[in-house]
Structure formats: C-alpha cells, structure tokens
Design a protein around this ligand. Structure first.
Ligand code: SF4
Ligand code: SF4
Length: 423
C-alpha cells in the first residue's frame, strides 16, 4: 500500500469510527435516560454527537478468550467516551469537568467488572521520601515508610514513557507525591497530562509545602485534590481546604484514616466539621488502615461499631462521605445488616487490575500501591521490561481478577482481621 493509500485508509477508518460513535452515543444516552435507575444529566452535558467531529479518536483491537473486538476512544476537551464498538457491551463516559463517570454494559446485569482495553485510572508514584513534616513529625500511618530524607524522583522523560504505554481510555491519574515541591517536574507533569494527553490528574497533599506556583497549577490542571488530615496539625488541613475553596468551591475532599484505634481523633474532626471549622469541605473520604509500612505497627482493626458511629455522625451533620474500595466488603455488610440494601449498589469493590493499576517511582507495575512487597505478585517494569501491553493486561493480570476482592483483599487479610461485628 502506498503512503497516500494508507493515509486514506486510516482516514476512512476514523470517519467510520465517528459514525459508530454517534450511533453508540445515542444508544448510550437512550440507556442512561430510559432504562437505568440513576441517570445523571451531568454525565453527558456538553457531549453531543456533533462534538465528536472535533474529538481525538483512537481505535484499538482486543482479543479476549478468542473473541475479537474493536474499541473506540473519543477524547474531547470536556469528555472521554469509550465503547466496545464490536460487541456494544462496554460504554464509559467520563466528564472531565465534574468528575462524573459512568461505566455500563448492555443491561444492568451485564455491567462490566473490568475493562479489556486497559485501566481507566492509574496510581502513579513520582516521589519517594522528601516529605515535609506535619507538626514537626513524620506521619505515623505512612504505609510507604516515607520520611523527610532526600527524595528519589521519577524523571519527566520516564513519566511520559510510562503514560504513553497505556491506551488512551486512561482518563485519570492519581499522582503519588510526598511533598508538592519534592519532584521538580511536578508542575510540568500536571500540565502535560491535562493539555497534551487529555488525562485529568489528581493528588493528595498535606498542605505543608503548598506554594503559590503549585497552588495555581493544581487549580488549572487537576480535577480535584484530597487533603489529608493529621493529628499533629489538623489546622494545616483545614486551612488548605479553605485556601482552595476561596478560588474554586468544593475543590477538595478530606482524607482521613479510619480504624478503631483512632476513633477519638475522627470524632474530633467530625466535631470541627459540625461546628463549621472546616470551610469549603466537599466530602470526607475514610481510608482503611492497611497493615503496611509504618502502619504495620498499629492496630488497623475497623469494627461495625466504629462504622456505625461514623456513618451515623456524617449523616447527622449532612456531610458527603465515602470509603476507599478496600473498605467495600465491610461497608456492604454493614448496609446489609442495617437494613439499607439500596445503598449497596453505591459500593464499588476493589478495582485493582480491573479498572485501575499502580506503578511505582522505578516503573514497576503492581496490583495496587499496597501490594508492592507482597510475595507472589509478579511485577512488570514499564521502563525496562520489553512486554506486550495487551497480553500483560488481558492475560497476565487475569489471575488478580479471578480473586473475590469484594470479600477478600488479595494482598492482606483485611476483612478477616477486621470483621468484628456487633452481637
Ligand atoms: S503519609 Fe504522605 S506526607 Fe506523610 S510520610 Fe507518608 S508520603 Fe510523606
Ligand atoms: S488489593 Fe487490597 S489493598 Fe489493594 S486496593 Fe484492593 S482491597 Fe485495597
């Protein structure tokens, strides 16, 4: 085939893809608004079939269990839209402005539990150590064992090389930083992701070293951020949330470790929220304590009683609350036992190696960021190993997907350790 014929063939393929996307988009909207119980106009606002003509479109081939399919990714400035254009059994639409994300199959029963194309979300660590101290102390729950010792950073070139290996359905990247000034390329990484790659970045910070430059870049390029609250200086978190809120209302979630062990501090923070001391807080996200790193020396149990106190309190205050996916099984059990089965559908189980993945500062892939040092978890290096992404994702990661992560964390026996139900 001549170069001109090849260009014309690929142009024709893209034109065909636009037609398929228009048909699928209409079908998607029909399903969203007619057959589903929880449609939300925010998901599709601003994305119409006519906006497809200005979009960046990419087509991928996948083969799962001998069945071939062609996937289309449509990337606009405001949305990302992914379809399995052959079987029409996978639709995803992500609103980059609101963060609203819908993933669905042909019917409610067929909702996909993983994406054969590749992860939609990546947790990408770009720094080790170099942490600014909070209240003069190193964070006692740090599962990474990070300290304020000199940092090891991922370079910008390595960062681009890693992200470039993923299919373009990758829509969000959570950057694993230590301090916001620790990696000198952090600002450019945020810009490159949002402007050049159409990927929405986010990250979690303490606020201890937040300077004007990173503050502005965060507002410009990130979807949202999470601010961790520490016992050693809770006001640092509150002031950081307030600072963001003054420029962009509801920009921050609060991250708070939850275990039986620190319930007193959790209650103290909830008192502060109730008394109006945390201005501009969007939602509070409770993170289950995992027995890793420095937290391995702490009791990480989380009982039904603790869950009950916290959920009842958040509902009374009227603050939005959520949990990390590691808490899913326990929270589902809680809703079931408390006679609130309707809420179970809002609990998404661990999506590691299904919808998300993790890569550390050295380029090694793991199931999730807590699994780095767990035996029998094979690690691939995205910087140094020569491997085929499709085979890696579809075949090698299949063993993780066979695990029942809603009830058993494959890395740690979290549920077994922590299911102390009330009698
Ligand atoms: S929790 Fe975050 S800020 Fe604290 S030591 Fe660990 S990486 Fe550093
Ligand atoms: S594998 Fe375990 S620790 Fe990792 S995200 Fe899933 S439930 Fe959490």
């Amino acid at each position: 085939m001549t170069a001109q014929a090849a260009t014309e063939a690929s142009k024709k393929m893209i034109d065909n893809a636009r037609s398929v996307v228009e048909v699928c988009f209409n079908e998607y909207v029909r399903q969203c608004f007619q057959s589903r119980s929880t449609p939300d106009p925010k998901a599709v606002k601003g994305f119409t079939p006519s906006s497809v003509k200005d979009a960046r479109i990419q087509i991928y081939r996948r083969e799962v269990d001998g069945v071939e399919s062609y996937w289309t990714v449509v990337d606009t400035d405001t949305h990302k839209f992914v379809i399995n254009a052959t079987q029409l059994d996978y639709y995803q639409i992500f609103n980059k402005t609101t963060g609203f994300n819908v993933r669905m199959g042909k019917t409610f029963e067929d909702d996909p539990s993983w994406c054969p194309l590749g992860p939609e979300i990546l947790d990408l660590e770009i720094s080790i150590n170099g942490c600014p101290r909070v209240g003069g102390a190193s964070c006692k729950f740090c599962y990474k064992n990070n300290t304020d010792k000199p940092a090891t950073n991922m370079s910008l070139a390595d960062f681009k090389k890693i992200v470039g290996k993923f299919p373009r359905n990758l829509s969000q990247i959570a950057l694993g930083i230590t301090g916001v000034q620790t990696n000198p390329d952090f600002k450019e990484m945020l810009r490159w992701l949002r402007e050049d790659m159409g990927i929405v970045p986010n990250y979690t910070l303490s606020g201890a070293d937040l300077n004007d430059e990173i503050f502005e870049a965060t507002l410009k390029y990130c979807g949202r951020v999470a601010v961790s609250v520490y016992e050693t200086d809770k006001n640092l978190c509150y002031n950081t949330i307030k600072r963001f809120n003054e420029r962009s209302p509801n920009f921050c979630n609060m991250h708070l470790i939850l275990s039986d062990y620190n319930l007193n501090f959790v209650n103290e923070v909830l008192d502060d929220i109730e008394n109006g001391k945390v201005e501009g807080l969007r939602n509070i996200v409770f993170l289950r304590c995992k027995p890793v790193g420095r937290a391995s020396k702490l009791p990480c149990d989380m009982s039904f009683e603790t869950l009950d106190k916290v959920i009842t309190r958040c509902s009374k205050i009227g603050i939005g609350y959520g949990f990390d996916s590691c808490s899913c099984g326990l929270v589902q059990d809680y809703f079931r036992e408390r006679g609130k089965p309707d809420l179970i559908k809002y609990c998404e189980p661990c999506e590691s190696s299904r919808i998300s993945g993790y890569i550390n500062t050295f380029g090694q892939y793991y199931h999730c960021s807590f699994c780095e040092h767990v035996p029998n978890f094979k690690s691939y290096n995205f910087l140094t190993d020569d491997f085929d992404f499709e085979k890696f994702w579809v075949e090698d990661c299949a063993k993780y997907r066979q695990m029942d992560t809603a009830n058993n964390c494959p890395c740690f026996k979290i549920l077994e350790n922590n299911s102390k139900k009330e009698n």
